[in-house]
Design a protein around this ligand. Structure first.
Ligand code: ADP
Ligand code: ASP
Ligand code: MG
Length: 419
């Protein structure tokens, strides 16, 4: 039997009527002759509520218990989806991660897939079941504990199942009708793309475009999964939505193809540190051990040479997700207390956002940075940190200018027009 993976995100299963609506889409594919693996998210808002409960109960929570709590939202929707399909006479069975079993690493709250054995689900299809509904976002560790895959992880569950089961396509149903040049909720000029290259989507996702979890794009690229994003609220057919595919399949050739943003950033500066070999390792080692995801890093050129600081001194600035600042602060304070590093002050700025432009065309075109900085200057937006790679440029700016910056860059690179 040909097989499809269909994933429904939080808004698409936000209440019983929406679950019914999603089930109708599944039923239609079954009627076309497909076996279907349905991956479901928790109802919209549920995971945030669960995370909130964990944080209120225990600010420095045990990640194993965090996973036990926050994975539960998906269990509810998986069961409800199976029941809804059964009511429509579609033979369906639900699966929690451990029942498959979806084997992951034991990196709680950020686990990765190790293996998805097919036997149990294949046996059910062989019995005549047409749909396996699998709870997204979760798995089980080698120690037998529930794990979760990081926020947005159901996308990755979907792609991993598509790869494991050799699905014809992996359809990600969500609350927008495809992937746009930027978040359509931020810019009314955002344009829907018919296709986008894996590399570009990978950058956009890792820079904050949450329409797909980064890891899902990585897996799709590695295992050649035909990945599509489309609306769960509209009538859709084979041509709907946006396909994520190899660069070679794409005719459009813009230098910049998208703008991404990430709202919840923060930056921390260690003021006046020694400028000596090993200082970066002494700072970023403890941060890594504390589980801080450091993103951008700037070390100033050292110029000063104070009386009370013999030898060269400098400042080190880094950015990380804003909710990791307490961990970062503690790691730095502990490192100072134990004499690994020394600094005069820890300056923290929690009101920043990251805005990035992405495009494969940047590999072969100069001037993108200049255009970007000019557009931000024209809006009087100050840039705090800059980072570049082969196909992206990111800046850290005051959060209050984030939407303005996204719109200004979308205009500057004329993304509303197709190439
Ligand atoms: P789901 O709950 O279905 O997983 P998400 O909220 O995780 O949905 O992702 C969909 C959202 O991603 C959209 O509502 C949109 O606001 C946002 N988004 C950000 N960047 C983009 C983009 N470039 N194209 C489309 N949507 C985007
Ligand atoms: N429910 C989880 C989250 O909100 C996983 C997902 O929806 O992909 O992050
Ligand atoms: Mg999502």
């Amino acid at each position: 039997m040909p097989l499809l993976v269909m994933k429904f995100g939080g808004t698409s299963v936000g209440d019983l009527a929406r679950i019914k609506n999603a089930a109708l889409k599944v039923q239609r594919e079954v009627e076309r002759g497909y076996d279907v693996i349905v991956i479901v998210s928790a109802m919209s808002g549920k995971t945030n509520e669960l995370v909130g409960w964990v944080e209120q109960t225990s600010p420095m929570f045990d990640a194993r218990e965090y996973d036990a709590v926050v994975s539960s939202g998906e269990n509810v929707t998986a069961g409800l989806m199976a029941l809804t399909l059964q009511e429509m006479d579609v033979p369906a069975r639900s699966w929690q991660g451990w029942q498959v079993p979806i084997q992951t690493t034991s990196a709680h709250s950020a686990a990765r897939f190790v293996d998805i054995p097919r036997d149990n689900i294949d046996a059910k299809f062989a019995e005549g079941f047409k749909v396996a509904v699998v709870a997204g976002f979760q798995g089980v560790s080698p120690e037998g504990r529930i794990t979760t895959l990081g926020r947005g992880g159901s996308d990755t569950t979907a792609v991993a199942f598509a790869a494991a089961f050799g699905a014809e396509r992996c359809d990600i149903y969500t609350d927008v009708d495809g992937i746009y040049t930027t978040d359509p909720r931020i810019s009314s000029k955002a344009r829907k793309l018919d296709k986008i290259a894996f590399e570009e989507m990978l950058e956009l996702a890792s820079l904050g475009a949450k329409v797909l979890q980064t890891r899902s794009v990585e897996l799709a690229m590695r295992y050649k999964v035909r990945l599509r994003v489309l609306s769960s609220f509209e009538d859709t057919d084979e041509t709907s939505g946006t396909i994520v595919c190899d660069e070679e399949e794409i005719m459009e050739s813009k230098v910049v193809s998208g703008v991404a943003y990430s709202r919840d950033e923060a930056k921390m500066t260690l003021v006046t540190i020694e400028d000596r070999p090993g200082i970066a390792a002494a700072i970023f080692g403890p941060l890594a051990e504390a589980g801080v995801n450091v993103d951008m890093i700037v070390q100033n050129i050292s110029e000063r040479d104070y009386d009370d600081h013999p030898g060269a001194v400098t400042d080190m600035t880094f950015s990380c997700p804003v909710n990791q600042i307490p961990r970062a602060r503690k790691a730095m304070e502990d490192a100072r207390a134990s004499g690994i590093i020394n600094y005069d002050d820890l300056a923290v700025d929690t009101d920043v956002a990251k805005v990035s432009v992405v495009g494969i065309g940047m590999r072969s075109h100069a001037g993108v940075a200049a255009t970007m900085f000019k557009a931000l200057a024209a809006e009087n937006i100050n840039i705090k940190v800059i980072a570049t790679s082969e196909i992206k440029i990111s800046v850290l700016i005051d959060r209050k200018y984030m939407e303005l910056a996204v719109q200004a860059l979308h205009d500057a690179f004329e993304l509303e027009k197709s190439a």
